[in-house]
Write a protein that binds this ligand. Structure first.
Ligand code: GLU
Length: 474
């Protein structure tokens, strides 16, 4: 039986979890789920000056929010430095690495010479490759370099890019340990992936050249090289590198913009992977369908419009109860979330639940959902938006005044009964239903758009509805 699949997400905690990282995490998570394996999280925190604890927390929280938590506690790369050094000692003992005392000045001179001799710059790295260690100068700190092959080629068999070939003569005797004994990134990644049992490396194609050099380290240790899949980077809609304006933001920014995790996953999986022309892909379908051959070779383009459309779909597809929970959970991060604190929590929940069927048809984000719900919590007399003011000023107040006694007289405050009252009134007055509904909406919500006006009446209830109508009856 083949080994169980182990993938990993290996962010550097120098910033928040950005959208490109989230997509890499998603692909790793999905591949692990699709194959019945697991996804690990490795925090690549060896750059002590730039790595921060808040960034680590933001990455973990971002993954949790997206529903992409790792299957085991995170591994800190920095803490594994003693193990990295141990592997280097082993490589020296095997003869596949050596101590190098080349000074910076010598290195520059050798590079200059290589240029003049039309040799690849890699030759400059090999000064100590064949020297007797007994010649080591005193007091000069050594780095440890890989004794890389000089001939032939190194092939990365990439699941996305195909075979990528590197001529070995062009590859450096790369540094494994710096002179202060700290492991290099190139070494740490390989040792960690090996020790963590990683079988598949799925990451951005900006790491493709590293993959060639990392392959040399695997070979030097006699370790199996994991399957590699380098995914094309995300570009903006104009084809340029993704910038903040395009959407190169942390995932918490997407939360603040009111996107649902299920929608963001749906959008992200399609950024670089496809299942035919399917736009809407459920969490279950994603796991069932995800595989490496369908990853695109070309760069993906980020498009907020598509993300919004997909988000709107998932808002409509979510249950009313889930949407109420999501709104309540996000009220501290949504820019207009404070609306949801204007009444006590139980009232807010029951009002939201009652209004949700009408609200969710119109909203593409949770911000829009909260905005649509604002009329529920507005205080009398309602502030009127300009369009609502115009509707009321141009004959609307009379309609409200005509309807008010009819509403006051009704025994049953239901959508059906209220609709019948307004329909009868419109027929008798020889006006279209909309001409009666619009002023009602303006008076009840202060706006010209809202869920169906009969739903609004029912959700607000008799007392509040009549009071709002009285405020505007002219
Ligand atoms: N830490 C690297 C990054 O954030 C990823 C390394 C890897 O996936 O091998 O770009």
């Amino acid at each position: 039986m083949a080994d169980a699949v182990v993938t990993r997400f290996a962010p550097s905690p120098t910033g928040f979890l950005h959208i490109g990282g989230a997509r890499t995490a998603l692909f790793n998570w999905l591949y692990a789920r699709a194959k019945g394996g697991k996804m690990l999280l490795r925090i690549e925190d060896t750059d002590r000056a730039r790595s921060t604890e808040p960034a680590v927390q933001a990455i973990i929280e971002g993954l949790d929010w997206l529903g992409l938590s790792a299957d085991e506690p995170p591994v800190s790369q920095f803490e594994r430095a003693p193990r990295h050094r141990e592997v280097v000692e082993e490589m020296i003992a095997r003869g596949s690495a050596y101590r190098c005392y080349t000074t910076q000045a010598e290195l520059e001179e050798l590079r200059e010479k290589a240029r003049a001799d039309k040799q690849p710059p890699s030759v400059a790295t090999r000064l100590w490759r064949d020297r007797d260690p007994a010649e080591a100068p005193e007091g000069v700190p050594a780095v440890v370099r890989l004794r890389a092959p000089l001939e032939g080629e190194t092939i990365v068999r990439d699941e996305v890019q195909g075979d990528v070939r590197f001529a070995n003569k062009d590859l450096d005797d790369l540094v494994l340990l710096r002179s202060d004994g700290s492991p290099t990134y190139m070494l740490a990644v390989v040792v960690d992936d090996h020790d963590m049992g990683v079988t598949h490396i799925i990451r951005g194609d900006d790491h493709l050249t590293n993959a060639g050099r990392q392959t040399l380290i695997y070979k030097a240790m006699g370790w199996d090289v994991p399957v590699m899949a380098h995914i094309p980077l995300i570009h903006g809609p104009d084809g340029a590198k993704l910038s903040k304006r395009h959407g190169a933001l942390g995932v918490e920014a997407y939360r603040e913009m009111g996107y649902l995790p299920v929608a963001l996953r749906n959008y992200l999986v399609k950024l670089g992977w496809a299942h035919g022309d399917d736009e809407i892909i459920s969490p279950e379908q994603m796991i069932a369908w995800f595989d490496l051959p369908q990853i695109n070779k070309g760069a993906a383009r980020f498009d907020f419009k598509k993300l919004e459309a997909i988000n709107g779909h998932w808002i409509r597809a979510s249950s009313d109860a889930d949407l109420v929970e999501m709104l309540m959970d996000s009220r501290d991060v949504l820019p207009n979330g404070a609306i949801l604190n204007s009444a006590d929590e139980a009232t807010t929940r029951s009002q939201l639940t009652a209004a949700m069927p009408g609200l969710k048809e119109r909203a593409k984000t949770l911000i829009e959902l909260a905005d649509g719900a604002a009329f529920l919590f507005a205080k009398r007399p309602l502030p009127l938006e300009e369009k609502a003011e115009t509707i009321l000023a141009e004959g609307g107040r009379k309609v409200v005044a005509d309807l008010l006694p009819l509403f006051e007289a009704t025994e049953s405050w239901t959508v059906e009964a209220l609709e019948e009252i307004v329909r009868d009134y419109a027929t008798r007055s020889e006006i279209k239903l909309g001409k009666a509904a619009q002023p009602l909406r303006a008076a009840l919500t202060g706006r010209s758009t809202s869920p169906g006006v009969f739903d609004v009446l029912a959700v607000l209830g008799r007392e509040e509805s009549l009071a709002r109508l009285k405020d505007q009856a002219g």
